[in-house]
Write a protein that binds this ligand. Structure first.
Ligand code: PLP
Length: 330
Protein backbone atom coordinates (compact mmCIF):
# COMPACT_ATOMS: atom_id res chain seq x y z
CA UNK A 1 0.00 0.00 0.00
CA UNK A 2 1.41 3.43 -0.81
CA UNK A 3 2.00 6.00 1.92
CA UNK A 4 -0.78 8.38 0.88
CA UNK A 5 -3.41 5.67 0.92
CA UNK A 6 -2.16 4.46 4.27
CA UNK A 7 -2.46 7.98 5.68
CA UNK A 8 -6.02 8.28 4.40
CA UNK A 9 -6.98 4.94 5.94
CA UNK A 10 -5.56 5.99 9.30
CA UNK A 11 -7.49 9.26 9.23
CA UNK A 12 -10.58 7.32 8.25
CA UNK A 13 -10.32 4.98 11.23
CA UNK A 14 -10.48 7.93 13.65
CA UNK A 15 -13.20 9.74 11.73
CA UNK A 16 -16.28 10.37 13.92
CA UNK A 17 -18.39 10.61 10.75
CA UNK A 18 -17.28 7.21 9.57
CA UNK A 19 -20.50 5.42 10.56
CA UNK A 20 -22.46 7.63 8.16
CA UNK A 21 -20.96 6.01 5.10
CA UNK A 22 -23.13 2.95 5.74
CA UNK A 23 -26.24 5.11 5.77
CA UNK A 24 -25.85 5.80 2.05
CA UNK A 25 -26.59 3.50 -0.87
CA UNK A 26 -23.19 4.06 -2.50
CA UNK A 27 -21.51 1.31 -4.47
CA UNK A 28 -18.58 -0.35 -2.70
CA UNK A 29 -15.35 1.47 -3.27
CA UNK A 30 -16.97 4.56 -4.75
CA UNK A 31 -15.58 7.91 -3.65
CA UNK A 32 -18.30 10.42 -4.47
CA UNK A 33 -17.22 14.07 -4.48
CA UNK A 34 -20.28 15.62 -6.15
CA UNK A 35 -22.54 16.10 -3.14
CA UNK A 36 -22.39 19.81 -3.91
CA UNK A 37 -24.42 19.12 -7.03
CA UNK A 38 -26.52 16.05 -6.19
CA UNK A 39 -26.33 14.48 -2.74
CA UNK A 40 -26.13 10.68 -2.45
CA UNK A 41 -29.14 8.46 -1.69
CA UNK A 42 -29.71 7.67 2.01
CA UNK A 43 -30.73 4.01 2.37
CA UNK A 44 -33.65 4.98 4.59
CA UNK A 45 -35.14 7.05 1.75
CA UNK A 46 -35.85 3.88 -0.23
CA UNK A 47 -38.08 2.49 2.52
CA UNK A 48 -39.71 5.84 3.19
CA UNK A 49 -40.65 6.29 -0.48
CA UNK A 50 -42.08 2.78 -0.57
CA UNK A 51 -44.31 3.59 2.42
CA UNK A 52 -45.28 7.03 1.21
CA UNK A 53 -46.22 5.79 -2.23
CA UNK A 54 -47.69 2.36 -1.49
CA UNK A 55 -49.45 3.04 1.81
CA UNK A 56 -50.02 6.76 2.15
CA UNK A 57 -50.90 7.44 -1.49
CA UNK A 58 -52.00 3.99 -2.71
CA UNK A 59 -54.16 3.04 0.26
CA UNK A 60 -54.76 6.29 2.15
CA UNK A 61 -55.49 8.31 -0.96
CA UNK A 62 -56.99 11.70 -0.13
CA UNK A 63 -57.25 10.92 3.60
CA UNK A 64 -53.45 11.07 3.82
CA UNK A 65 -53.50 14.86 3.60
CA UNK A 66 -54.48 14.72 7.26
CA UNK A 67 -53.89 11.05 8.14
CA UNK A 68 -50.24 11.09 7.08
CA UNK A 69 -49.80 14.78 7.89
CA UNK A 70 -49.01 15.71 4.27
CA UNK A 71 -50.64 19.09 4.78
CA UNK A 72 -48.15 20.11 7.48
CA UNK A 73 -45.05 18.72 5.76
CA UNK A 74 -43.76 22.10 4.47
CA UNK A 75 -43.75 23.45 8.00
CA UNK A 76 -42.65 20.21 9.73
CA UNK A 77 -39.62 19.76 7.46
CA UNK A 78 -39.00 23.52 7.56
CA UNK A 79 -38.74 23.37 11.37
CA UNK A 80 -36.11 20.64 11.04
CA UNK A 81 -34.09 22.67 8.51
CA UNK A 82 -34.33 25.62 10.91
CA UNK A 83 -32.19 23.64 13.37
CA UNK A 84 -29.43 23.32 10.74
CA UNK A 85 -29.29 27.02 9.90
CA UNK A 86 -29.73 28.81 13.21
CA UNK A 87 -33.38 29.74 12.75
CA UNK A 88 -36.37 29.31 15.05
CA UNK A 89 -39.26 26.93 14.49
CA UNK A 90 -41.82 28.78 12.37
CA UNK A 91 -39.24 30.75 10.38
CA UNK A 92 -38.55 28.21 7.60
CA UNK A 93 -40.90 26.71 5.05
CA UNK A 94 -40.17 24.03 2.43
CA UNK A 95 -41.54 24.80 -1.02
CA UNK A 96 -40.87 25.18 -4.73
CA UNK A 97 -37.39 25.49 -6.21
CA UNK A 98 -34.59 27.76 -4.99
CA UNK A 99 -35.15 29.96 -8.04
CA UNK A 100 -38.82 30.50 -7.21
CA UNK A 101 -37.97 31.11 -3.55
CA UNK A 102 -35.45 33.76 -4.61
CA UNK A 103 -38.30 35.55 -6.39
CA UNK A 104 -40.54 35.27 -3.32
CA UNK A 105 -37.84 36.49 -0.94
CA UNK A 106 -36.91 39.41 -3.19
CA UNK A 107 -40.51 40.55 -3.65
CA UNK A 108 -41.23 40.15 0.07
CA UNK A 109 -38.15 42.21 0.93
CA UNK A 110 -39.15 44.84 -1.67
CA UNK A 111 -42.58 45.09 -0.06
CA UNK A 112 -40.80 46.35 3.08
CA UNK A 113 -38.62 48.86 1.22
CA UNK A 114 -40.92 51.46 -0.27
CA UNK A 115 -39.09 54.06 -2.35
CA UNK A 116 -35.93 51.97 -2.80
CA UNK A 117 -35.36 50.67 -6.31
CA UNK A 118 -32.00 48.86 -6.47
CA UNK A 119 -31.52 45.11 -6.27
CA UNK A 120 -27.82 44.47 -5.68
CA UNK A 121 -25.93 41.24 -6.24
CA UNK A 122 -22.57 39.83 -7.21
CA UNK A 123 -21.99 39.31 -10.98
CA UNK A 124 -20.49 35.87 -10.51
CA UNK A 125 -23.28 34.67 -8.22
CA UNK A 126 -24.87 31.36 -9.24
CA UNK A 127 -26.57 32.22 -12.55
CA UNK A 128 -30.17 31.56 -11.50
CA UNK A 129 -29.86 34.08 -8.65
CA UNK A 130 -28.87 36.82 -11.09
CA UNK A 131 -31.41 35.70 -13.70
CA UNK A 132 -34.30 35.78 -11.22
CA UNK A 133 -33.28 39.26 -10.18
CA UNK A 134 -33.06 40.42 -13.79
CA UNK A 135 -36.49 38.96 -14.54
CA UNK A 136 -38.01 40.72 -11.56
CA UNK A 137 -36.38 44.03 -12.58
CA UNK A 138 -37.73 43.72 -16.12
CA UNK A 139 -41.28 42.95 -14.96
CA UNK A 140 -43.61 45.69 -16.14
CA UNK A 141 -44.14 48.50 -13.70
CA UNK A 142 -41.80 47.52 -10.89
CA UNK A 143 -39.40 50.39 -11.63
CA UNK A 144 -36.73 48.26 -10.02
CA UNK A 145 -33.14 48.07 -11.30
CA UNK A 146 -30.76 45.19 -10.99
CA UNK A 147 -27.10 45.94 -10.25
CA UNK A 148 -24.61 43.07 -10.48
CA UNK A 149 -21.06 44.01 -9.46
CA UNK A 150 -17.72 42.27 -8.91
CA UNK A 151 -17.30 40.19 -5.74
CA UNK A 152 -15.08 42.77 -4.06
CA UNK A 153 -17.31 45.73 -4.95
CA UNK A 154 -20.49 44.55 -3.24
CA UNK A 155 -19.96 46.21 0.12
CA UNK A 156 -18.79 49.46 -1.47
CA UNK A 157 -21.99 49.68 -3.52
CA UNK A 158 -24.31 49.55 -0.53
CA UNK A 159 -26.13 52.85 -0.06
CA UNK A 160 -29.56 54.30 0.73
CA UNK A 161 -30.92 53.41 -2.74
CA UNK A 162 -30.37 49.71 -2.28
CA UNK A 163 -33.56 47.87 -1.38
CA UNK A 164 -32.19 44.33 -1.28
CA UNK A 165 -28.79 42.67 -1.44
CA UNK A 166 -28.81 39.06 -2.69
CA UNK A 167 -25.69 37.04 -1.90
CA UNK A 168 -24.66 33.41 -1.72
CA UNK A 169 -22.92 32.59 1.56
CA UNK A 170 -20.50 30.07 0.03
CA UNK A 171 -19.58 30.79 -3.59
CA UNK A 172 -20.33 27.85 -5.87
CA UNK A 173 -17.07 28.12 -7.83
CA UNK A 174 -14.43 29.62 -5.55
CA UNK A 175 -15.69 28.34 -2.19
CA UNK A 176 -15.37 31.86 -0.77
CA UNK A 177 -17.28 32.09 2.52
CA UNK A 178 -18.98 35.42 3.20
CA UNK A 179 -19.10 36.73 6.75
CA UNK A 180 -22.86 36.69 7.10
CA UNK A 181 -23.05 38.74 10.30
CA UNK A 182 -20.68 41.43 9.04
CA UNK A 183 -22.28 41.80 5.58
CA UNK A 184 -25.76 41.90 7.12
CA UNK A 185 -24.64 44.56 9.58
CA UNK A 186 -23.19 46.71 6.77
CA UNK A 187 -26.39 46.37 4.74
CA UNK A 188 -28.61 47.24 7.70
CA UNK A 189 -26.50 50.34 8.37
CA UNK A 190 -27.80 51.84 5.11
CA UNK A 191 -31.28 50.37 5.54
CA UNK A 192 -30.89 47.59 2.95
CA UNK A 193 -32.24 44.08 3.52
CA UNK A 194 -30.29 40.93 2.66
CA UNK A 195 -31.42 37.67 1.05
CA UNK A 196 -28.86 34.92 1.67
CA UNK A 197 -28.63 31.91 -0.61
CA UNK A 198 -27.52 28.95 1.52
CA UNK A 199 -27.37 26.36 -1.28
CA UNK A 200 -23.67 25.70 -0.73
CA UNK A 201 -23.51 26.33 3.01
CA UNK A 202 -26.40 24.54 4.77
CA UNK A 203 -25.19 21.03 5.55
CA UNK A 204 -21.58 21.96 4.72
CA UNK A 205 -20.63 24.66 7.23
CA UNK A 206 -22.18 26.05 10.40
CA UNK A 207 -24.87 28.58 9.52
CA UNK A 208 -26.40 30.85 12.14
CA UNK A 209 -29.02 33.10 10.59
CA UNK A 210 -30.49 34.64 13.72
CA UNK A 211 -27.14 35.39 15.33
CA UNK A 212 -26.29 37.25 12.10
CA UNK A 213 -29.64 39.07 12.31
CA UNK A 214 -30.47 37.80 8.81
CA UNK A 215 -33.63 38.97 7.02
CA UNK A 216 -34.40 36.32 4.41
CA UNK A 217 -32.67 33.20 3.12
CA UNK A 218 -33.26 30.47 0.58
CA UNK A 219 -31.55 27.17 -0.12
CA UNK A 220 -31.50 24.00 -2.05
CA UNK A 221 -32.65 20.52 -0.92
CA UNK A 222 -30.81 18.22 -3.33
CA UNK A 223 -27.17 19.14 -2.69
CA UNK A 224 -25.66 18.78 0.79
CA UNK A 225 -29.05 17.99 2.32
CA UNK A 226 -29.35 14.79 0.27
CA UNK A 227 -33.03 15.32 -0.59
CA UNK A 228 -32.90 13.73 -4.05
CA UNK A 229 -33.01 15.09 -7.60
CA UNK A 230 -35.22 18.17 -7.81
CA UNK A 231 -36.00 18.06 -4.08
CA UNK A 232 -38.09 21.00 -2.85
CA UNK A 233 -36.14 24.04 -1.66
CA UNK A 234 -36.68 26.15 1.45
CA UNK A 235 -37.19 29.75 2.44
CA UNK A 236 -36.35 31.50 5.72
CA UNK A 237 -38.00 34.76 6.78
CA UNK A 238 -37.07 36.28 10.14
CA UNK A 239 -40.12 36.47 12.35
CA UNK A 240 -40.00 40.29 12.33
CA UNK A 241 -40.63 40.17 8.54
CA UNK A 242 -43.66 37.91 8.58
CA UNK A 243 -45.90 40.76 7.44
CA UNK A 244 -43.92 41.08 4.18
CA UNK A 245 -45.80 40.16 1.04
CA UNK A 246 -44.30 37.81 -1.53
CA UNK A 247 -46.06 38.48 -4.85
CA UNK A 248 -46.92 34.82 -5.46
CA UNK A 249 -50.25 34.66 -3.65
CA UNK A 250 -51.27 31.06 -4.18
CA UNK A 251 -53.96 29.32 -2.17
CA UNK A 252 -51.56 27.46 0.13
CA UNK A 253 -50.32 30.85 1.34
CA UNK A 254 -53.85 31.88 2.28
CA UNK A 255 -54.81 32.17 5.94
CA UNK A 256 -57.64 29.66 5.39
CA UNK A 257 -56.88 27.69 2.21
CA UNK A 258 -59.67 25.18 2.71
CA UNK A 259 -62.38 27.80 3.18
CA UNK A 260 -62.09 28.53 -0.55
CA UNK A 261 -62.73 32.25 -0.04
CA UNK A 262 -62.99 34.58 -3.03
CA UNK A 263 -60.23 37.00 -2.03
CA UNK A 264 -56.65 36.51 -0.98
CA UNK A 265 -55.82 36.95 2.69
CA UNK A 266 -52.20 36.02 3.45
CA UNK A 267 -51.47 33.60 6.29
CA UNK A 268 -49.99 35.29 9.34
CA UNK A 269 -46.79 33.27 9.66
CA UNK A 270 -44.21 31.62 7.44
CA UNK A 271 -47.03 29.77 5.58
CA UNK A 272 -47.61 32.92 3.51
CA UNK A 273 -44.47 31.94 1.65
CA UNK A 274 -46.16 28.82 0.32
CA UNK A 275 -47.76 29.08 -3.08
CA UNK A 276 -49.33 25.93 -4.56
CA UNK A 277 -49.83 22.35 -3.38
CA UNK A 278 -46.66 21.00 -1.75
CA UNK A 279 -44.67 18.32 -3.52
CA UNK A 280 -45.40 15.52 -1.06
CA UNK A 281 -43.20 12.80 -2.56
CA UNK A 282 -40.24 15.13 -2.90
CA UNK A 283 -40.73 16.33 0.65
CA UNK A 284 -40.79 12.76 2.03
CA UNK A 285 -37.39 12.08 0.45
CA UNK A 286 -36.02 15.42 1.62
CA UNK A 287 -37.12 14.76 5.19
CA UNK A 288 -35.00 11.58 5.23
CA UNK A 289 -31.94 13.56 4.16
CA UNK A 290 -32.58 16.23 6.78
CA UNK A 291 -33.12 13.69 9.58
CA UNK A 292 -29.81 12.10 8.69
CA UNK A 293 -28.01 15.45 8.62
CA UNK A 294 -29.45 16.36 12.03
CA UNK A 295 -27.79 13.30 13.52
CA UNK A 296 -24.35 14.47 12.40
CA UNK A 297 -22.33 17.18 14.12
CA UNK A 298 -21.97 20.02 11.62
CA UNK A 299 -18.70 21.11 13.26
CA UNK A 300 -17.29 17.64 12.51
CA UNK A 301 -18.50 17.87 8.91
CA UNK A 302 -16.78 21.21 8.51
CA UNK A 303 -13.59 19.96 10.14
CA UNK A 304 -13.48 17.00 7.81
CA UNK A 305 -14.16 19.06 4.69
CA UNK A 306 -11.37 21.48 5.63
CA UNK A 307 -8.90 18.67 6.18
CA UNK A 308 -9.85 16.96 2.91
CA UNK A 309 -9.55 20.27 1.07
CA UNK A 310 -6.14 20.87 2.60
CA UNK A 311 -4.99 17.43 1.57
CA UNK A 312 -6.27 18.07 -1.95
CA UNK A 313 -4.52 21.44 -2.18
CA UNK A 314 -1.25 20.01 -0.91
CA UNK A 315 -1.34 17.11 -3.37
CA UNK A 316 -2.20 19.42 -6.24
CA UNK A 317 0.67 21.72 -5.42
CA UNK A 318 3.15 18.89 -5.02
CA UNK A 319 2.16 16.84 -8.01
CA UNK A 320 0.33 19.05 -10.49
CA UNK A 321 1.94 22.49 -10.07
CA UNK A 322 4.16 21.86 -13.07
CA UNK A 323 1.14 21.38 -15.30
CA UNK A 324 -0.07 24.95 -14.84
CA UNK A 325 -2.81 24.35 -12.27
CA UNK A 326 -3.29 27.21 -9.86
CA UNK A 327 -5.43 27.56 -6.75
CA UNK A 328 -8.22 30.10 -7.27
CA UNK A 329 -10.16 29.51 -4.04
CA UNK A 330 -9.48 31.99 -1.25
C1 PLP B 1 -27.89 24.97 -6.86
C2 PLP B 1 -28.19 26.40 -6.66
C3 PLP B 1 -29.43 26.92 -7.00
C4 PLP B 1 -30.44 26.00 -7.62
O1 PLP B 1 -31.63 26.60 -7.96
P1 PLP B 1 -32.85 25.65 -8.41
O2 PLP B 1 -33.95 26.59 -8.63
O3 PLP B 1 -33.08 24.68 -7.30
O4 PLP B 1 -32.42 24.92 -9.65
C5 PLP B 1 -29.67 28.26 -6.74
N1 PLP B 1 -28.73 29.05 -6.18
C6 PLP B 1 -27.51 28.56 -5.84
C7 PLP B 1 -26.49 29.46 -5.22
C8 PLP B 1 -27.21 27.24 -6.08
O5 PLP B 1 -26.01 26.75 -5.76
Amino acid sequence: MNAALHEVEQLDAQDPLRQFRDEFALKDGMIYLDGNSLGALPKVTLARMETTIREEWGEGLITSWLGADWVNAPRRVGDKIARLIGAKAGEVIVADSTSVNIFKALTAALSLQEGRKILLTEQTNFPTDVYMMQGLASFAGTGVDCLAVGPDEVIGRLNEDVAVLLLTQVHYKTGQVRDMAEVTRRAHEVGALVVWDLSHSAGAIEVDLNTANADFAVGCGYKFLNGGPGAPAYLFAAERHHHAQPVLSGWFGHARPFDFEEDYDAAGGIERFLCGTPSVLGMAALECGIDLMLRADIAEIRRKSVSLAELFIERMENRCGDFGFELVSP
